[in-house]
Design a protein around this ligand. Sequence first.
Ligand code: SF4
Ligand code: FES
Length: 248
Amino acid sequence: MNLTLKIWRQKNASDKGKLVDYLINDVSPDMSFLEMLDVLNDKLITDGDEPVAFDHDCREGICGMCSLYINGEAHGPDRGVTTCQLHMRKFTDGDTIYIEPFRAKAFPVIKDLVVDRSAFDRIQHAGGFISVNTSGNTQDANSIPISKHAADEAMDAATCIGCGACVASCKNSSAMLFVGAKVSQYALLPQGQVEAADRVLNMVKQMDEEGFGNCTNTGACEIECPKGISLENIARMNTEYLKASLKG
Ligand code: SF4
Ligand code: FES
């Protein structure tokens, strides 16, 4: 396939940035999207040009690093996959592909397609954990009965990889699907009950401080989420938040 790429180039956080055209030939439909960018960068380096900066790590849909906005969709046109799992067979010879960074006030661009998503880390630090006594008297986790339904729902919530596609897809740049998943993961399990009220209050407070917008139930986040995180997690977080506020 021969393709035209329109890629967002931005030297640093203060640069204005712009879309730059690149022609790329002989792209195999079996390449992943990131392999196609690797080929482009090889050519740019050979020609003495600056390669395109983009984030990636595991390249197998686990780490949540590959945050590209492709033809107006977070992680591109496929469903249930991250950018690293997107293949060039989803495109057609002669296509023009727009490649931009995730855009949100709380995710400032660092360079080209790389954005700073440390806001998510700070939200996690605010409450996305449980405290366990490891003094030697720790209760065996297997001795705490958990219903199959609760275990399944907690596991589904825990599949969130923190990629930020929910924020990038939302017209309000809301992080509620991410925070809802992280709150739900613990709220559904007995181990999460001890710190449940503090957790939801602190994580929501941090989310607001980071500058994410509010949820208006458009559902774009659920559609673009590569892990199929359900909107039900937002409803659960709202219930947890209300319970914690009344308790406080
Ligand atoms: S909820 Fe989905 S889209 Fe949002 S950070 Fe988690 S995995 Fe990514
Ligand atoms: S590079 Fe890890 S999820 Fe894509």
